[in-house]
Design a protein around this ligand. Structure first.
Ligand code: SAM
Length: 330
């Protein structure tokens, strides 16, 4: 069986020079998809001019952002500088969302550093024109930690709205069967049990998502080379809950292109950007691969295998023992 994945690009920086010549976008450039009208930019999320350029007067109903988390093992800024930077891309988002729209933000909390930047971000958001709606926790299958602490397995997801956007509750039902019975309530004089009253035989995801498998190398959707790929299932859930077909979805931190691919599958348009030309290229190639083969990623290969079959990986930069390493470019 073929076994030719790329190593994580953040821990193998030497490989970048080999891949860059095959990236069709440089910083400041945008690729437009001639089939579904998606756009992919190699742009800076905090650059309002670049954001207005890619939007070209259009507005989106839904934003799903997964920025770098400013965690200790990553390329870290001071909390104040990180939050100032977040304020900029939140403001860019506000400008290009419709009056009735939703904003989802994935963010981390460093338990070794005052849980930053999550509470700082939440406080900053109080001054923005978005109202908080939910604080979702997604459970990872793998975690990090020691024998002397609770294993860290959560990912935080903040849900904000502007105006009065739709929320499609049907999108929230999981595949987990409802088995608990016995919550009785009178409905029109008749005593009913919870299973009689419910809309579905399965439970709602609620704001703790335990049913999403974290991406790992054995999964078909894996995009080797990436280090922070979100599972398609959680992005699919967000898109179905907070948009309808033909809506426009934006994502300012594309990386492996999960939001673009989920939007394509769900018949939404997506404008997405990454400041790094390699991830912008991977995002485009993932869409193209899906269209050509129906495959969701590169389980045993990699996005550049046609151009650089066996890249010279070079010396690795070691990750810290406790956390995944993320290389960020602000
Ligand atoms: C946590 S990853 C996003 C993961 C993505 N949700 C996925 O499923 O693959 C963050 C991405 O943000 C990009 N990035 C960092 N700073 C940026 C900036 N100022 N503007 C745009 N993208 C940026 C990084 O290159 C990285 O690919």
């Amino acid at each position: 069986m073929k076994n030719n994945p790329l190593p994580r690009l953040d821990t193998s920086p030497g490989i970048r020079d080999e891949l860059l010549p095959y990236c069709r976008l440089q910083l400041g450039e945008v690729w437009t998809d001639s089939i579904s009208g998606h756009r992919v930019g190699c742009l800076d999320a905090a650059d309002i001019k670049a954001i207005k350029d890619i939007m070209a007067g259009e507005r989106a109903q839904l934003a799903i952002h997964d920025p770098p988390y400013n965690l200790a093992a990553f390329e870290q800024r001071s909390i104040a500088a990180f939050i100032d930077w977040c304020r900029k891309w939140v403001s860019c988002t506000d400008v290009v969302l419709t009056p009735d729209s939703s904003l989802y933000v994935w963010l981390g909390a460093d338990q070794n550093d005052g849980f930053q930047p999550l509470p700082d971000f939440m406080l900053m958001m109080r001054d923005q024109p978005f109202r908080p709606r939910s604080f979702i926790t997604m459970r990872n299958q793998r975690g990090y930690g020691t024998q002397k602490n609770w294993m860290a397995v959560r990912q935080e997801l903040l849900y904000y709205i502007k105006g009065n956007p739709q929320f499609n509750v049907d999108a929230e039902y999981t595949d987990i069967p409802k088995i608990l019975r016995g919550y009785y309530k009178d409905v029109n004089g008749k005593k009913t049990e919870n299973l009689e009253r419910s809309r579905s035989d399965t439970i709602r995801a609620g704001n703790v998502w335990i049913d999403v498998q974290q991406v790992f190398y054995r999964m078909e959707e894996n995009v080797s080379g990436c280090y922070a790929q979100k599972p398609l299932k959680c992005i699919d859930r967000i898109i179905r809950a907070s948009s309808v077909p033909h809506d426009l979805v934006i994502d300012f931190f594309a990386h492996s292109g999960t939001t673009l691919l989920a939007s394509e599958i769900l018949n939404r348009r997506c404008f997405t950007i990454d400041i790094d030309p390699i991830y912008a290229e991977m995002t485009i190639r993932r869409l193209e691969r899906f269209r050509a083969s129906g495959q969701l990623g590169w389980q045993n290969g990699h996005p550049f295998e046609a151009d650089v079959p066996k890249p010279n990986i070079g010396p690795a930069v070691s990750p810290t023992p406790t956390m995944p390493v993320q290389r960020t470019l602000f």
